[in-house]
Structures are given as C-alpha cells and as structure tokens.
Design a protein around this ligand. Sequence first.
Ligand code: ADP
Ligand code: MG
Length: 702
Amino acid sequence: MKTNVKEIFGMNVFNDAVMKERLPKAAYKKMKATIDSGEDLDPGVADIVAHEMKEWAIEKGATHFTHWFQPLTGITAEKHDAFIDPQSDGTTLLRFSGKELIKGEPDASSFPSGGLRATFEARGYTAWDCTSPAFIKETPHSTILCIPTAFCSYKGEALDKKTPLLRSMQAVDVQAIRIVRLFGNTTAKHVTTSVGPEQEYFLVDKEKFLKRKDLIFTGRTLFGAMPPKGQEMDDHYFGSIPERILSFMEVFNQELWKLGISAKTQHNEVAPAQHEIAPIYDQNNIATDHNQLVMETAQRVADDMGLKCLLHEKPFAGINGSGKHNNWSMCTDEGENLLDPGKTPHENMQFLLFLAAVIRAVDEHADLLRLSASTPGNDHRLGANEAPPAIISIFLGEQLNDVVEQFEDAGEATSSLEGEEYVSGVHSLPHFKKDATDRNRTSPFAFTGNKFEFRMVGSTQSIADPNTILNTIVADVLCDMADKLEAADNFEMAVHDMIKETISAHKRVIFNGNGYSDEWVAEAEKRGLPNIKCMVDAVPALTTPKAVEIFEKHGVFTAAELESRAEVLYENYSKTINIEALTMIDMAKKQIIPACIKYQTSLAESVNSIKAANPAVDTSVQASLMAAISENLKAMYEALAELEEVTYTAESMEEGADQGHYYHDVVFAAMDALRAPADKLEMLVSKEAWPFPSYGDLIFEV
Ligand code: ADP
Ligand code: MG
C-alpha cells in the first residue's frame, strides 16, 4: 500500500489553510485575531464561519455536528446533531448557525462533577474553543463534524479538563511575558506552553482479549502466571516490528495524519507487545486534544484490524507498564523557546531565570505534580523500578548542573561544558560532537535539551491535568519573580541574585543519579522531599491552603472546583478498584474454580481407570497433583470469601477519602491474596483446562 502523506495530511481539519481559502477576507482576519490574540469574536463572524464549516463538512460527507468536550471521566464526550432542517414540502435544508457553533447545551447531570452541581441543576454549556481547529471524525459508517469545546456548569464552574488548562495557559502567558519584557523584548505578544506527549500502549489479539473478562471490564489482567520468558532478554525495545503490528501502525498513522496530527516516531517499547507513538509537539491545548484523538484512534484502528489496544498503565504484572512522557516548554509567539539554553548557557541569564523558576515551582509544589500523575493504574508503576519513583526530583544533566553549581559556589557562572568528540575507533564512521549531557531514564522530571520531560504521567491519562498543574505552578513563581524584578533598582544585579538564591533554596530537588536506587529513597527523605506512594495519599495535595491560594490567584480553579475535583478523584479510585474486585470475584467463581475442579475430576477418573486396569501401576503423580490443586483451591476459596466480604464493606461506605483508603489498604490487599493461589493453579492444571488465554498467549502471540 502506498500512502500519499502530503495529500492526506490535515484533510479532515478545518485548519488555517481551509479558513483562508473559504472565508471572506474580513471574516478570516477577525477569526485569526481571535485565535492568535484572544480578541472577542463578533457574532456575525461566527455565522459566516459556521456556514463555511458546514459546507466544508458536508462536502466531506458529514451528516452531523457535535460539540466535542473532555469531561472529568478523562475521555471525550460527544452528542451528535444532524444538520437537517425539514421543510413543509417534505424536503430538508441543511443548516448550522453561528449560535450552534459557539454554544451547546448538553445535559450536565450525567457527568462527574464532584458535587459541584446537584442533579436538579442539570444545565451545562459547551463553549467553542476556536484555538483548537474543528475536525471530521470519519469511521466506516459515520462522518461527524467535531467542534472542540470547553464544558462548564450553569453557574460557570468548570466541569471539564479543557477549561482549567486554557486558564492555566493564560496564566503562563501573562506572567512569562512580564519576564520577557524585563529582558528587553518589546515585541513578543504572547508566551504559550508547547507539549509533545509520547504515548505507550500494548497491542493484543482481539479474539484472545475477548476471552478475558478482566481485560474487557478493567483494561488490565487480574490473574496470570508469568510465562517462561518476559522482558529479561531486552530484545523487544526498538526491535524490528512484526508485519501485523506494522500494518496497524500504517493505518494508525494515516488516520492521525488525516486529522492533522503530526505522528512522527514509532517503535517497540521495553515489554513484549508494547509500542510507542510520538507526535511533533504543539501548542498545549491542541496537543491535549490530539493526544485524546491518538488514544481513541489507536483503539478504533486496532479493533478494526482484529487487535485490541491496551492503554492501561499496567496491563500485565511482572512486565513493564505504560506511561506518557509529557515534553513541555514555553515559547514566545516569535518562536523563541524560553527553555533553550543556547550554546553558552552560563551567559544566558534569561534562560537561567526561567530554569530557576521551574526548579523552584517543582520543589514548592512537588505534591501537586505527584497528584497530577496519579491514577489507579499508575499506582502499579511509580516507584516500582520501571517508571520514575514516586519522589519528584529534577534531572539537569552535566552541563546545566555544572552551571548551576558554579552559580551556587561563586555567585556567577563563567563557563559551560561542551560535548566531547564522538570516538568510535572506526575511521569510516562519522565524527560529531556529542550532546553536552547524557540522558537519565530514571528521573521523573528531566531537562532534555530545550524542554522538560515529565515522565510520571500515566498512559491512560488526559494530559490536561498534569499540564494545568505544571503551567500554574510555573506561572505562580514567574509572577513572584516579576513582582520583585520590576521593583528592583538594578535589574541585572537583581536577576543575578535571584538566580543564585533560587538555586540555593531549591537545589534539594535536583538529583542526577539513579532514581530507581534504594539509596535515593533514603537520600530524598534526608532532603525532606515528599514520597507520596499512592493515589489516595496524593489527592489531599489538591486542596491544601497553598494549592488553593495559587489556583485562585491565577484564576485556574476556585476552591469549590478544587474540592469537587478531589471528590471525583476519590470516587474514581474507589469505583475502579471496586470493578476490579468484582471482576476477580466473577472470574474466580465462574471460571477458575470450576475449571480446576473439572480438571481434578479428570485426574481422579484417570486414577480410577488406571487402577481398574492394573492396580499395580503407580498413580502417585496424579495424587500429588490432586493434593496441590486441592491445597490452592482451598486457599483460593478462603481468599475469595474474604474479598467478597471486604468489597461488600467498601461498597457500603460513604464516598470519599475514607472509602478510597479502605479500597487501597484492605480491598486491594484481598485482591492480591486471591490472585496468588490462582496463579499457582494456572501452573498446576493443563493448558487446555485453563479457562482463558495465558500471559504467554497474550504477549508473545500477537
Ligand atoms: P526524546 O528526547 O524523548 O528522545 P524527541 O526529541 O523525539 O525525544 O522528543 C520527544 C517529544 O518531545 C516529541 O513529541 C517532540 O516533538 C517533543 N518536543 C521536542 N521539542 C519540544 C519542545 N520545545 N517543547 C515541547 N515538546 C518538545
Ligand atoms: Mg522521551
């Protein structure tokens, strides 16, 4: 199959090129001013845009439009409306007005709101986010015009992930511009945050997937003995990609390109059956929309091709899970990356100040960042030596670390380390200068050349949450810095002192060593860095006085919105573990235990018929197998009763922190206790007797 990338790229997006071509000049100019500078959009222009958008969509075969939004479920939501406007003569016109483009009114009462909105106050609104272009979602049997929107309640409280993200981007814009101005830039109008999320996922065979209730209901396996081979040979990472997976990637890329998503890099990941895709970075809110579409598209394309895409953070125990590396930087509208150190970082005071600001923000609000990467699934990864530890620290690398240390020691930096010559010992290989800094795969927050890479984020997550928090904490520090610098008599001296003081005060968060080591856990504790081990322990960070203060100050969240989000997080945690527990109970009762009893019966029958044929034949193997199976069955039955009891107790508790902790401390432990004997049983009975595909079947036979 040959793909004409140029032809298909962006073909389903109502992008700048399409608007320029289709909109009258004056309307286009006004639209651009709204998109680029946030100027109010006049309703007349909205009507014109809506009309052209509709015409364009109909040409592409669209029958419906939808306001596409991102409620607190973490996935996207849409309600389709046909363009039809039936006439008295039995025909229909096709219509779409500016009003319909700008505002929608879905029933808000069926989305999580954390108590922000009682069911009787059902009204909610979606509002067009014109900074993220409308697009067409094409599936084999439907073609829908999707309009990215923000979702809020009747009273204006945010009920989605988009609104706070946009607010936080504004906060960075306002504060970062103040700093840029102080350094003499009078022309830049805006600073935006850019994000490039790398997405990990697993692909498994659909038929096998459908035989596993745990994958169907929870997205991860709840039982499963380790196969003889896991990832110990290190032979999957960057390995050559099998035909079936390559075909998937080909179609997946095409679908993304049609949506204007710049899918760029793909490779096998560490675990068998695990892969990664990374697009080229984009403006924060667009990158967020695109990442949602990447996840949706991966699942849809896989399903069409007889596969299933697992986005869960830990689909299989014992092998690596999946994350999402959130690459983040700040850029002016003139294209200057404020986190680019240049060749001589020690002379680049503006860069050093932005760097110091990020270091301070991460140190002061480590608890919030930790929370921003908390999901029930990510609890299995963080701190388990496959993903960053649960302790937040920053990796700077040799070059920047050296500059920072010079500042600390001498009050200024006079040199920057350079990359050394690459020496291979082979004349015919090219010579080049290496980067000044190596990489560190164990750091949760690593400086990587001209951006920070937040590596804790979970693979299922919307990246809106981590970025909303990152943007807000950085904006808050920049605000404080700008307040002081604007008031300083001698700007240069003040900047200098500020960089030095900030580094001295917050260097405890810098760590360039092995984040997976036990020594680091001890060292971090000595340094006073928080080590928040699980999601339920992380949630309170959202509503501390210091968090409420910064979120309110920068207009990102009100205290009530924060309270509601904390409630949604607890609820989400409890519900997730509850579904997992019920699924385990179901599989244990209806599949595993009956299958083992059946197998045992066949052993007993075998003993009987052998003995009947010849009493002298030794049947001790069958006897010892029967004994081992009995022992584990008994253990399983007891663990099952315990899990049923604690799950029942958990369900009857009031929603909130206590219930969340009970699920974590008690129900979760009971799930582990049920799994252990079941996994032993899997190794005792025959392959045919086991009621669903094994780990080996799932990850090595895709
Ligand atoms: P890595 O450093 O992880 O090997 P890449 O250079 O491929 O990776 O970048 C990983 C992701 O970071 C990509 O999505 C890339 O577009 C994104 N990225 C690169 N530069 C920036 C930047 N200035 N801001 C945000 N993301 C960026
Ligand atoms: Mg990376």
